[in-house]
Design a protein around this ligand. Sequence first.
Ligand SMILES: [Zn+2]
Length: 112
Amino acid sequence: MADLRIPKRFQILGQTIEVVWDVELNHKNDWNGSAVYRKNQIRIQPNGDGTPRTQDQIGHTFCHELMHWILYYAAAFYPSSKEHLHQDEGLVDLAGGLLHQALTSMEYEGGA
Ligand SMILES: [Zn+2]
């Protein structure tokens, strides 16, 4: 399994989402990540002295928050979907975890 590279930013439906490392996130809210819809951000708790985190955990957090964003826009633009799909933490975590595993287990021609 390869570590997932965490981007600085990406676009989704024309919106630029910034990825922000927040060393206070876990201390302030007991969260490892957050999708901040008002600010077009994904905030992630990095690895640190008080909050040791593996690359796998950080990759999972990124995919979880990315799935919040994907479902946020999916629900907005796909009329028959549930309105609050992006707030269904069970679905978000399952789909985000599946995405994380697929991305980190991909094998390419010519090696990694
Ligand atoms: Zn969540």
